[in-house]
Design a protein around this ligand. Structure first.
Ligand code: OAD
Length: 257
């Protein structure tokens, strides 16, 4: 029995010759590591919780205990999670492509754990903690009384996870690098994102406008599907290893995919 190749031969050749590849990832790539997405109908976090009550600066100011309980719960999920074959395949891809940039909306750090080096975290990292007043990075703090947020040991202001909350701007330098990488890439893989949160969702359009081939990897159609040249429907943990095997079949792999 022969299996159908994932990519058409011309797409395979195009990726083999590409000098600059960008991967833009969202929560879907970590779903197979057991971290819930935000917008999947039954299992997504925003199906069960109101983002404005949990992930906004107003919520942190008015209900710090609840916000901290929510992030502490999510930190627990992240601590238990391990990279899946999708994360590992992207790390493998980076070793084979002359210039590879991984732009992620995820805050879980699983790409770095998988071995990816050139990672731009657009929405921060949930495992880091900073203070609201000066963004002091803090690794240890006194436990807070029930219903309150812990305080910065340096300046006494409230602590928060170092993630982008609703209504906040993305870290400027990181976003600038993401814009530049998107503008100049030969191909962009858009993986596991619903494509509804801006400005991240504008990056595939920018890549396409500048001549890149856009490939979407997602079991579901999204608003970004229309601008993708190729849509691969399925879980990232299966599609990405198959893609790496097809495009770079002869080079030695350093990790089992
Ligand atoms: P969403 O939850 O909005 O979308 C997840 C996407 O992953 C959906 O399109 C799913 O179809 C897809 N998906 C599910 N399982 C998958 C799998 N195994 N393989 C591939 N794809 C799969 O997550 P994001 O688009 O990342 O913001 O959400 C964007 C931002 O909204 C997040 O970064 C977060 C959230 O509010 C902040 O925290 C600032």
């Amino acid at each position: 029995m022969t299996t159908q190749p994932l990519l058409a031969p011309e797409v395979q050749r195009y990726l083999q010759r590409a000098q600059r590849i960008v991967a833009l990832t969202g929560a879907g790539i970590s779903a197979e590591s057991g971290i819930p997405t935000f917008r999947d109908a039954q299992t997504g976090l925003w199906a069960r919780y109101n983002p404005q009550e949990l992930a906004s600066p107003e919520a942190l100011a008015t209900n710090p205990g609840l916000v901290w309980a929510w992030y502490t719960w999510r930190r627990g999920l992240v601590k238990q999670a391990a990279p899946n074959p999708g994360h590992l395949a992207l790390a493998e891809m980076e070793r084979r492509v002359p210039q590879f940039t991984l732009i992620t909306q995820n805050v879980d750090g699983l790409h770095q754990q998988a071995g990816s080096q050139n990672v731009l975290e657009l929405h921060g990292n949930i495992m880091r903690t900073v203070c609201v007043a000066h963004r002091h990075p803090v690794t240890q703090w006194e436990p807070a009384p029930e219903g309150e947020a812990p305080k910065c040991p340096i300046c006494g202001s409230v602590l928060r996870p170092d993630v982008v909350l609703f209504g906040e701007n993305l870290p400027t330098d990181v976003f600038q690098q993401a814009l530049e990488a998107s503008r100049t890439c030969d191909a962009m893989l858009v993986i596991g994102t619903s494509g509804v949160v801006y400005p991240a969702a504008a990056l595939p359009g920018l890549a396409k406008e500048n001549g890149a081939l856009v490939i979407e990897i997602n079991p579901q159609e999204t608003p970004l599907s229309a601008e993708a040249d190729v849509c691969l429907r399925g879980p990232a943990g299966e599609i990405l290893p198959a893609l790496v095997r097809q495009v770079w079949p002869d080079q030695p792999t350093t990790q089992k995919l």
